[in-house]
Design a protein around this ligand. Structure first.
Ligand SMILES: NC(=O)c1ccc[n+]([C@@H]2O[C@H](COP(=O)([O-])OP(=O)(O)OC[C@H]3O[C@@H](n4cnc5c(N)ncnc54)[C@H](O)[C@@H]3O)[C@@H](O)[C@H]2O)c1
Length: 254
């Protein structure tokens, strides 16, 4: 696939990418590294493959084992990033938890786990990066929602509740931090052909079901989302904030 490049538009910027061991997060690390950014990989899982991919591009990289649901650990991540690179320019908060369950069968534990991983983790990450971003007078925060918030997909009450929360936080916070040179935008991601963890419910048959509903009849690739991430991270994108950008092949059209 032909990808538009921005000629190393992020040279020497420092980007933290959460949930970057696999899937979309890995693609974001590679794309930002291609633009010249230094990359901090934050994940609970082994991220050595992402690390190797970023190094192969020639970017400086820090791998920091981080549980994004733990506020102290996330504050440590940001402290370690500043200690190593002196700044934090970009937060790409990719961590999220997806499961399908009819609401009446949904356990409170799964409801809470979804909110913790998908929404509460964002609270920790953004609160931790705002002080250095304000000191710099520059920041780009990119959050992830889902096109299911527009589609109202069944069996996702917990997930869609959390992903609507991501949009709310993004819109309100944009109005608070714009004066500090910080933008925050969210991407409503469609079904993406990522490398899935074992047991993940997103299957080939689900992809086959979704594809005919798309205006563009091919699966979203992680690189499609990564292009938008790189664009939003650019200094030149500083006038775009508080926005929700839908990237799903045109399933949701509004
Ligand atoms: N893939 C899709 O089809 C799709 C569709 C819509 C929205 N999204 C959203 O995009 C984002 C990424 O999706 P994905 O499919 O690449 O995710 P994924 O499930 O493939 O990867 C998630 C990553 O997060 C890591 N992680 C899990 N718990 C963590 C924790 N407590 N702390 C730190 N890291 C943790 C995992 O180890 C993994 O590397 C999510 O927010 C998801 O909701 C994805």
């Amino acid at each position: 696939m032909q990808i538009t490049r921005f000629e190393r538009g992020l040279a020497d910027r420092v980007a933290i990418v959460t949930g970057a061991a696999i899937g979309n997060g890995r693609a974001f690390c590679e794309r930002l590294a291609e633009e010249g950014a230094r990359i901090v990989i934050a994940d609970v899982a082994d991220a050595s493959e992402t690390e190797a991919a970023v190094r192969a591009i020639g970017a400086d990289v820090l791998v920091r084992h981080t549980d994004c649901t733990d506020g102290d650990d996330v504050r440590g991540l940001v402290a370690d990033t500043v200690a190593r690179f002196g700044r934090v320019d970009i937060l790409v908060h990719n961590v999220g938890h997806y499961s399908e369950e009819p609401f009446e069968l949904l356990s409170f534990a799964e409801w809470k786990r979804t909110l913790d991983l998908t929404l509460n983790s964002l609270f920790h990450a953004i609160q931790a990066v705002l002080p250095p971003m304000k000191r710099q007078g520059f920041g780009r925060i990119i959050t992830f929602s889902s096109d299911t918030v527009w589609l109202g997909t069944p069996y996702l009450t917990h997930y869609i509740t959390a992903k609507m929360g991501v949009i709310g936080l993004t819109r309100s916070l944009a109005a608070e931090v714009g004066k500090d040179g910080i933008t925050i935008n969210t991407i409503t991601v469609g079904l993406t052909a990522t490398q899935r963890p074992a047991g993940d419910p997103v299957s080939d048959s689900l992809l086959r079901h979704i594809l005919p509903q798309q205006a563009v009849h091919r699966a979203d690739e992680p690189e499609d989302i990564a292009n938008v991430v790189a664009f939003l991270a650019l200094p030149a994108s500083g006038i775009i904030t508080g926005q929700t950008i839908n990237v799903d092949g045109g399933v949701a059209r509004h």
